[in-house]
Design a protein around this ligand. Structure first.
Ligand SMILES: [Zn+2]
Length: 250
C-alpha cells in the first residue's frame, strides 16, 4: 500500500481514523485550537499534524532489507533494526511499521505550543508543534520552496520531515552553527538533518500515489534544502547526492 499517504490525504479521513491516529501517537488534541473532525484536505494545524503522522505510519511499501533502512544514518539504523526485532515478535514487520514503532517509542507526547520558535521542538521526547500553517511556509530567507498544487500531499510530507528531524534529536542531540546565515547545521549526516534527508529520500523512493511531477519536485527541493543543505560535510551519501532526490520523481 505504497500510496497510503495519498489515500490518507486525498480521500476523506473519518473522525474514527483521526481519533485512532491521535491516540496511537499520543497527540494531545485538546492542546490544539482546532476541533477533532473528519477531513479530506488538511486545513488546520491539528489536521496537518495528523496527516503527517499518517505518512509516518505508512510511507512506503518496502521490506526491512530494502534500501530505506540501509541508507539511514548509523545511530538511527541501529534503532530501526532494534525496532524491527521487536516488531518481528508480533508477527512480521515492514518498513512503515518499524518507522512508526520507532517514532512512537521515541516521541511519547505531541502537543501544540504556539510559543515555540519554528515548526516543532523536541524536549526529552515531548514534541511541541508550533506555527506550521501554510502562511509560514512561503519563500523566505531560509530558501523555503513554495508549495505546489499538490499541497494536500506535499505539505504534510514536509511536516513529517520536521517530525522525523525532531525524532533525530533523540539520537544525536543538538546542532552546530553554520559558517554563514542564521540556520543551524550538523557536521555530518549523523545528525537530525541527516535523519530528515533520509526520511525524505525514503518517501520519494516510494513513488507516492497522487503526486504530480511538480509536486514531487517541490518535495525533492524541500528534502534537499531543509536537510542536505544543512549538512556541512557529507561527501558521498545517496540521499544527498546532487539531484538524487529529484531523480526519483516521474
Ligand atoms: Zn533540529
Amino acid at each position: 500500500m505504497g500510496g497510503a499517504l495519498a489515500s490518507g490525504t486525498n480521500g476523506p479521513i473519518s473522525e474514527g481514523c483521526v481519533n485512532a491516529v491521535a491516540t496511537s501517537f499520543c497527540v494531545e488534541t485538546e492542546s490544539f485550537d482546532d476541533n477533532v473532525d473528519s477531513f479530506t484536505t488538511p486545513s488546520d494545524t491539528l489536521q496537518t499534524v495528523l496527516a503527517a503522522l499518517l505518512i509516518v505510519s505508512d510511507p512506503v511499501e518496502s521490506t526491512l532489507s530494502d534500501t530505506p533502512i540501509d541508507l539511514a544514518p548509523e545511530l538511527l539504523k541501529a534503532a530501526l533494526f532494534d525496532a524491527s526485532q521487536a516488531a518481528d515478535e508480533t508477527g512480521g514487520a515492514d518498513f512503515s511499521q518499524v518507522s512508526a514503532l520507532e517514532f512512537s517509542s521515541v516521541i511519547h507526547r505531541i502537543q501544540y505550543d504556539p510559543m515555540i520558535d519554528g515548526l516543532a521542538s523536541n524536549r526529552g521526547g515531548v514534541l511541541s508543534i508550533g506555527s506550521i500553517l501554510p502562511a509560514t511556509y512561503g519563500a523566505d530567507d531560509q530558501g523555503s520552496p513554495e508549495v505546489s498544487a499538490d499541497f494536500a500531499i506535499v505539505y504534510p510530507f514536509f511536516v513529517s520531515v520536521a517530525l522525523m528531524h525532531e525524532m533525530g534529536h533523540e539520537y544525536y542531540g543538538g546542532h552546530v552553527s553554520c559558517d554563514a546565515g542564521a540556520a543551524t547545521c550538523d557536521e555530518t549526516r549523523e545528525g537530525a538533518y541527516g535523519v530528515g534527508a533520509w526520511w525524505a529520500y525514503a518517501w520519494l523512493s516510494s513513488s507516492p500515489e497522487g503526486l504530480s511531477q511538480a509536486g514531487c519536485e517541490d518535495a525533492a527541493d524541500a528534502g534537499y534544502h531543509y536537510n542536505c543543505a544543512q549538512i556541512l560535510d557529507d561527501p558521498a551519501w545517496l540521499a544527498c547526492e546532487d539531484g538524487a532526490m529529484a531523480a526519483l520523481c516521474p
